[in-house]
Design a protein around this ligand. Structure first.
Ligand code: GAF
Length: 384
């Protein structure tokens, strides 16, 4: 059921006056291209019709007073004392404030109220959405003249410094720069991008939320990133033109990296091949070949599970189940891994039935509820 978000009313109740500004920034899905963004490769995400909403008002002093509806929790600090907190959620806001201050842009004190309908911990990037909603709204409130790309980069750096995840740019970029009914083919090196129509003909896209919260995710994520950087460092000793895995070939990896460390080799090879899959999937999408697009999703899942090793039993079970469904052409885990959602492509009119059929089997095997989520490709951050 849609969540009732009472942004301006709740701001008024909490802070005793109307907000100066309110904005939203969406969560995202990714059709294909995982763990390629921090390797300067390609991704194919889009924003969804679920977002983080913020209302802000300027204060006369230098306080930051933040209130999160989901946690019924308030946090207070001052502009000259912005640092990570173990309270969790304020970090995504404070990290953005810190980045803006590091750019020597001038902020004043403010109140901020946040609510949203992006499911938390479901791999739909609620944290990137909060960073981007904060950056987007502060940009307007204090007339900072930041571009959307700069807001995305600020969000990414906030995640690195205040949440401890050395993420790539995909989630934040999708949250601020998506266009309704399109996916973004993003070159994560140049940040050049192309909006590609998300037209699936007789097919539709749906998500299944495993309800597995990714507790391992941040340390494993940083480990995978370190393996990729190690691979590049070894490659550069022989091939100085390789600046990231984006520039590498499987042949080079076999020659240089495999003899040094099999595991690093397998991780790097996954990234090189995942980039190729993004190209193939994007071509298939453009030419309306949804079955080929789906094939790329299944292949990508097998590789991310067996080679990159960021899947989990629940995700593997769901993707394997989909392989046996004649109406499903593709499925894979989505996002950083270790939980969250699968993204599936099925013949129109079958998704709900398939989700209903698999849910009891999933519950019996894992003791968890399986939640189907239907999303639409939506536009990026906006004022309300
Ligand atoms: C997470 C990260 F935040 C992204 O940058 C990306 O690396 C993704 O995992 C994996 O593709 O969502």
């Amino acid at each position: 059921m849609a969540k009732d978000i009472k942004l301006k009313e709740r701001y008024q109740e909490i802070f005793g006056q109307a907000p100066d500004i309110s904005a939203k920034s969406p969560g995202r899905i990714n059709i294909i291209g995982e763990h390629t963004d921090y390797n300067e490769g390609f991704v194919l995400p889009t924003a969804i019709d679920k977002a983080i909403y913020v209302a802000l008002g300027k204060r006369a002093d230098d306080k930051l007073v933040l209130y999160a509806e989901d946690f019924q929790s308030q946090f207070e600090t001052t502009l000259d004392d912005v640092k990570p907190t173990d309270q969790g959620w304020p970090n995504y806001i404070l990290g953005v404030v810190d980045q803006i201050q590091k750019l020597n842009l001038e902020l004043g004190g403010f109140n901020l109220y946040v609510d949203g309908d992006v499911p938390l911990g479901a791999g739909l990037s609620s944290s990137a959405a909060l960073e981007c909603a904060t950056g987007f709204a502060l940009n307007e409130l204090f007339q900072l003249q930041l571009s959307r790309q700069e807001i995305a980069k600020i969000g990414q750096m906030a995640e690195h410094t205040f949440a401890g995840v050395k993420c790539g740019i995909m989630d934040q970029f999708a949250s601020v720069l998506s266009k309704q009914d399109f996916v973004i083919k993003l070159d994560c090196r140049s940040l050049d991008y192309e909006h590609v129509p998300l037209v699936l003909g007789d097919y539709e896209l749906f998500l299944l939320n495993t309800n597995v919260k990714h507790s391992l995710a941040s340390s494993a994520y940083n480990d995978r990133r370190a393996s990729c950087e190690q691979g590049v460092a070894w490659l550069q000793e022989v091939y100085p033109d390789v600046l990231s895995l984006r520039d590498a070939t499987v042949e080079q990896l076999t020659e240089v990296v495999q003899p040094k460390n099999e595991d690093v080799f397998v991780k790097c090879k996954f990234v090189v091949e995942e980039n190729e899959r993004v190209e193939l999937a994007c071509e298939a999408l453009k030419s309306g070949d949804v079955e080929e697009l789906g094939n790329q999703l299944f292949t990508a899942h097998d590789a991310i599970s067996k080679e990159y090793e960021v899947s989990c039993a629940e995700l593997d079970f769901l993707v394997n189940y989909m392989k046996a469904q004649p109406e499903v052409v593709g499925a894979r885990m989505m996002g950083g891994g270790f939980g969250g959602c699968t993204v599936n492509i099925a013949k129109k009119g079958h998704a709900e039935r398939i989700a209903d059929e698999v849910a009891p089997l999933y519950k019996e095997k894992f003791g968890l509820d399986l939640e189907p989520i239907f999303v639409a490709a939506s536009g990026g951050s906006s004022l309300l």
